[in-house]
Design a protein. Structure first.
Length: 753
């Protein structure tokens, strides 16, 4: 019997009373209400951007509990990020109280991990198995390739690791992979590496991220009793973002839902943008074929954006053929028109974006954290960052180097993983010489060979370093490493996760080494380790902490309270929203990306990515492109993206057609010649239908091959080629200090020597 003075009893007293079912339908639209109350069989909720799908999901779960149709432990809800899962769990708890603790609300990987922790022995694993992240997996592949004497420059370990991951997501094992690619020597060799890789994972009692999904499916197939147990337990299964599932995830869902068929999937084919991660939009498009009796509810009312923004998004996405037709609308404002800026080059584009952000702040009173700049590729952020710095605008790049990807953090986590799973080879190899103990590559090779011969783990081999052939400093270092692990494992029985992180930093010598370095960077790394200890304090066991750290996603790091403009790729922007958004680099070969121009399926995904970007904006949306852009050191002409042409012109204020600026003289600024800026008017150089033509083109300079010229930035050079006329006149110049550059003369400060 629970004590009336227990924390749980106190929590129950403070918890809200269970709502009546009718209360949970208040404030919902008719389609939302229909999705909440549906019972009996499959349900597909086609949720347009900003249509309140999370509200529908949480109200549906709460309604199931309030009506008594399900108990909390009979509900499994799956989403794609830890942040989304935590938010869903919190919102259901706010509605129904502590009963929500008994639900399974998690990501696919977390749900599979939980099942495997309970039943991995079905597949021959010990339950304390380790999870290898992408870096660990690639490191193992590289070691295997080195052992096979393969040239890692001709066949990159990253590519091999990616091919193995892709095969797993298609549920193709190593044997099948080799059979399929028997006629391709390169792919056949990858199959051989794949086979060894799988054996090494098994020997280390480890699984990579893909294995969490594949092995969960394999486990359910291997043991009908385990499958039946989960099918009977989870009478109601709900899956968010179903358009982003891959083949393995779809199979897992279908297996779990086969008994009761009470499967509710929520998603939008128009927002399927993760094909490169093996997401298969066909899973949601073919849901009705798999379940002919499925009820389909379409959510089209948007609660985020203005109608102008929605009209633009609807027009763009309507060009795709593989989709369920829908038309987003709002009962809110029509909103202001979308602003389009046509820049001379990427520097001009960056300066205008900085000025536009300042306009959002001055005219609308927005904070920096209410603004975001999106781009298609990470490489585009460099210029934007430079211009933010010049303009004095606080910014942060989302999905740069993640906190948990920092070397010092990964090292401490490797120690923690090694404490949890002594057979973890990747972690042992990572930290056996961190900090330096004199155990170099040659010594590690000897330990690895000895471990393989004797059937030992890599860490166990360190206990027999002398027998393995280590001598002198390497032998002493291996002995210290073995003693350290024994000491840390003994401490793990008594210390909390936070205290264990502190012990690892202290006893390993990492903390002392950083303090001895006595640099700003070293102290910054120490601060990172302090933050890691703070993160560990939120967990009850070291195993829980290590598992959660392996599952953290890029977008989970976003802190809406930070006072800085967010710079991010369009892929990272998925699931977020901002009052003001700028989408930059809208040019052919950039967005849509070059790879998509010859593949209709890829092009449709690029268009979905554009749709996602447009619908992140709540009230203010600006779009930019540049007429010329430098790629791989070469300046080339650019074409405006087809997506710009797909936005109806009546929705756009094209700044090219705005009245002329008051200051119209030409000046030299930042290394190129152009029209003077007038940021007070929210405009900068290049706001025209095409770049202005300088009076010093190839014709007036009379440039010929062999002429000596001087560039303000690159210095002295010799002309090696001349072509084109007017705005498209260009010259190839071999500069003494910078090599050959292809220059658009209408944009270049070039003069004869």
């Amino acid at each position: 019997m629970r004590s009336p003075f227990s924390d749980e009893a106190l929590f129950d007293d403070l918890a809200p009373s269970r709502p009546q079912p009718v209360d949970l339908l208040e404030g919902l639209t008719e389609p939302q209400r229909a999705a909440v109350i549906q019972r009996g069989g499959p349900l597909l909720v086609v949720a347009g951007a900003g249509s309140g799908k999370t509200r529908v999901l949480t109200r549906r779960i709460a309604h199931l509990l309030a009506t008594g149709d399900a108990r909390a432990y009979e509900v499994m809800a799956i989403t794609f990020t830890n942040k989304a899962a935590d938010e869903m769990r919190r919102r259901v708890a706010d509605l129904v109280g502590p009963e929500a603790r008994d639900m399974w609300v998690s990501t696919f990987h977390s749900a599979c991990l939980r099942m495997l922790r309970a039943h991995a022995d079905v597949l021959g694993y010990e339950r304390g198995f380790t999870i290898y992240d992408a870096g660990d997996a690639q490191g193992l592949v590289e070691r295997i390739m080195n052992e096979l004497n393969l040239d890692t420059k001709r066949l990159a370990p990253r590519s091999v690791s990616s091919a193995i991951s892709a095969a797993k997501n298609e549920m193709v094992n190593a044997t099948r992979f080799r059979e399929v690619h028997a006629g391709d020597p390169s792919r056949k060799r990858i199959g051989e590496i794949y086979e060894i890789y799988e054996a090494r994972l098994r020997a280390a009692n480890a699984m990579d991220f893909d294995d969490l999904l594949i092995n969960a499916v394999a486990m359910l197939r291997a043991d009908p009793l385990v499958l039946a147990n989960y099918q009977k337990r989870f009478r109601y299964l709900l899956v968010d973002e179903f358009q982003d599932t891959n083949g393995v995830q779809n199979e897992l869902v279908m297996m779990l839902a086969a008994e009761h068929r009470n499967l509710c999937v929520v998603g939008d084919s128009d927002q399927s943008i993760y094909r490169f991660r093996a997401a298969d939009v066909r899973n949601i498009l073919q849901f009705e074929e798999r379940f002919p009796d499925a009820q389909v509810i379409v959510l089209e009312q948007n609660f985020r954006s203005t109608q102008t923004i929605l009209d633009a998004a609807n027009a763009v996405i309507s060009r795709n053929s593989r989709r369920r037709a829908k038309n987003l609308f709002t009962e809110g404002d029509q909103g202001e028109k979308i602003r389009l800026y046509r820049a001379g080059d990427e520097y001009d584009e960056g300066r205008w974006i900085a000025s536009e952000l300042r306009r959002f702040a001055s005219e609308y009173g927005l904070g920096w954290n209410q603004m975001a700049v999106f781009y298609r590729t990470n490489a585009q952020s460099r210029i934007l960052e430079e211009e933010m710095l010049r303009a004095g605008i606080a910014y942060r790049v989302i999905s740069g180097m993640r906190f948990y990807d920092r070397k010092e953090v990964k090292n401490v986590l490797a120690y923690a993983r090694l404490i949890v799973n002594p057979r973890d080879e990747a972690s042992a190899r990572r930290v056996i010489n961190e900090p330096k103990r004199g155990i170099g590559d040659a010594a590690q090779t000897k330990l690895g060979a000895y471990a393989a011969e004797r059937g030992l783990s890599f860490a166990e081999a360190a206990d027999h370093a002398a027998d393995a052939g280590l001598t002198s400093r390497a032998l002493a270092g291996a002995s210290k490493f073995s003693f350290l692990l024994d000491e840390l494992r003994a401490l793990a029985n008594d210390l909390s996760p936070r205290e264990m992180i502190e012990a690892i930093v202290r006893d390993s010598g990492m903390g002392a080494a950083l303090r001895e370095e006595n640099t700003d960077e070293a102290y910054s790394r120490l601060e990172n380790l302090g933050e890691l200890a703070s993160a560990a304090a939120q967990y009850e066991t070291l195993l829980d902490f290590v598992e959660r750290m392996a599952l953290v996603a890029d977008s989970d790091q976003l802190d809406a309270g930070a006072g800085a403009v967010s710079l991010m790729t369009l892929h990272v922007a998925k699931g977020l929203e901002f009052p003001a958004v700028i989408i930059s680099g809208l040019e052919e070969t950039i967005f849509p990306h070059r790879r998509a121009l010859s593949d209709e399926a890829e092009l449709e995904e690029e268009r979905r990515l554009c749709y996602v970007g447009l619908t992140r904006a709540m009230r203010h949306l600006s779009l930019t492109h540049a007429w010329t852009r430098t790629t791989w050191g070469q300046r080339t002409d650019a074409l405006a993206s087809r997506f710009l042409a797909e936005v109806p012109s009546e929705l756009v204020v094209d700044l090219s057609s705005s009245p002329p600026m008051r200051r119209s003289s030409f000046v030299e600024e930042d290394g190129f010649v152009g029209r003077a800026s007038s940021f007070a008017e929210g405009r900068a150089f290049g706001a025209g239908a095409a770049p202005p033509v300088r009076s010093t083109g190839a014709e007036t300079l009379g440039l010929r091959r062999g002429d000596v010229v001087v560039h303000d930035r690159y210095g002295r050079g010799v002309v090696v080629s001349v072509e084109g006329e007017g705005a498209r006149a260009r010259a190839g110049v071999n500069f003494d200090a910078h090599g050959t550059k292809q220059l658009v003369l209408s944009m270049t400060p070039l003069r004869r020597a």
